[in-house]
Write a protein that binds this ligand. Structure first.
Ligand code: NCD
Length: 354
């Protein structure tokens, strides 16, 4: 059965992901051929957190498919500011629209929204948790620029702790054969343990480094990220971390000829402007590829779709998630859902261990 909501790319089989990438390739070659594919359809974009690229990329994708778009890009002018719950907002929007994209500062918010939506929900970023459509963008870019998703040595650099694009990408790339990861960060911004476990559970290897220059000669792909200022508890902590990893043309002397440099954007200071003209820098075309990937995803999700709200699972009694950024803390009506791993309980919304 095809996936109704896209909260985590894990819910798609590799063959479904392959179909979407195949469609994205066809669209990228001839976008105008698809200009009527979503005629009469409406997308709602519910953005509770700032975004330029993701929101406009979804808007451009739906408009290029012949559909229309409604939505908000800040909760300020909506009933959310009057205290409306996420479930009520989503339920109403899903009556208006055929598909909903949601971005929210709380982890697990997209999953929570999907449980009350009659229309398919796409996670456009839930706090520091996941960002599956950026990952579709990233793997489509890898496929176009490297020709494969296997046997790559991928360096990820910057804020590996808070970067949801990093988290989603590692989960997805770990499903393909023979990949290796080089994790370049300060100890404070290292990749969370549960994601290191994902790599090793898939039989893959990773290495941690604190020097970008040292890592550059060994990698096929460099995924640069910005330090996620908005996810720090205090300004001082952010100040200590910013400006540590900066890519410039000098560092690139040691890099492979076939290296590809990706970045989800926005960039702050982690890549010097001089790198933009290096043929190995693909981050601007990556943003364009993201629009084709999202067009393909929308077509995949709307295919044969009829509106309904799926039955909700029963909650797990009194157990609560200990993550202060989990959506279940703010939206208290949500059924508390956990899966067991070893002797531990893992929250189904934010994936944090209890
Ligand atoms: C990313 C995000 O929002 O997580 N941006 C994006 O969607 N293109 C990366 C970031 O904000 O650093």
């Amino acid at each position: 059965m095809k996936t109704r909501h896209l909260i985590d790319l894990d819910s798609l089989s590799l063959s479904e992901i392959g179909d979407i990438l195949h469609m994205a390739e066809a669209i990228a070659k001839k976008p105008s051929y698809y200009s009527d594919s979503c005629h009469g359809m409406l997308m709602a974009t519910a953005f509770y957190e700032p975004s330029t690229r993701t929101q406009m990329s979804f808007q451009a994708a739906m408009l290029r498919l012949g559909g229309k778009v409604i939505g908000f890009d800040s909760p300020d002018g909506t009933s959310v500011s009057k205290g409306e719950s996420l479930k009520d907002t989503v339920r109403v929007l899903s009556g208006y629209a055929d598909i909903i994209t949601i971005r929210h500062p709380l982890e697990g918010a997209a999953k929570a929204a999907s449980m009350y939506s009659a229309a398919p929900v796409i996670n456009a970023g839930d706090g520091g948790h996941l960002h599956p459509t950026q990952t579709l963008t990233d793997i489509f870019t890898l496929l176009r620029e490297k020709g494969t998703l296997e046997n790559l040595t991928i360096g990820l650099c910057g804020d590996l702790k808070h970067g949801r694009t990093v988290h989603s990408l590692i989960k997805a790339i770990s499903r393909y054969k023979g990949n290796r990861f080089v994790l370049i960060s300060t100890p404070e911004l290292a990749l969370p343990a549960y994601l290191k476990a994902v790599i090793t559970e898939n039989g893959l290897e990773y290495e941690e480094k604190d020097s970008l220059a040292d890592a550059l000669s060994m990698i096929d792909v460099l995924y640069m990220t910005r330090i996620q200022r908005e996810r720090f508890a205090g300004h001082e902590d952010y100040e200590k971390q910013k400006g540590i990893f900066i890519l410039d043309t000098e560092k690139l002397y040691n890099a492979k000829y076939g290296l590809k440099i990706l970045h989800p954007l926005p960039r702050v200071d982690e890549i010097e402007d001089e790198v933009d003209d290096d043929p190995r820098a693909v981050y601007f075309i990556q943003a364009e590829y993201g629009m084709y990937a999202r067009m393909a995803l929308i077509l995949h999700m709307l295919d044969g779709e009829t509106k309904h709200i799926d039955p909700r699972p029963e909650g797990d009694g009194e157990r609560v998630c200990s993550n202060p950024k989990c959506v279940t803390g703010a939206e208290t009506y949500l059924p508390k859902l956990f899966r067991r791993k070893g002797g531990k309980f893992i929250c189904e919304y934010c994936d944090k261990m209890k």
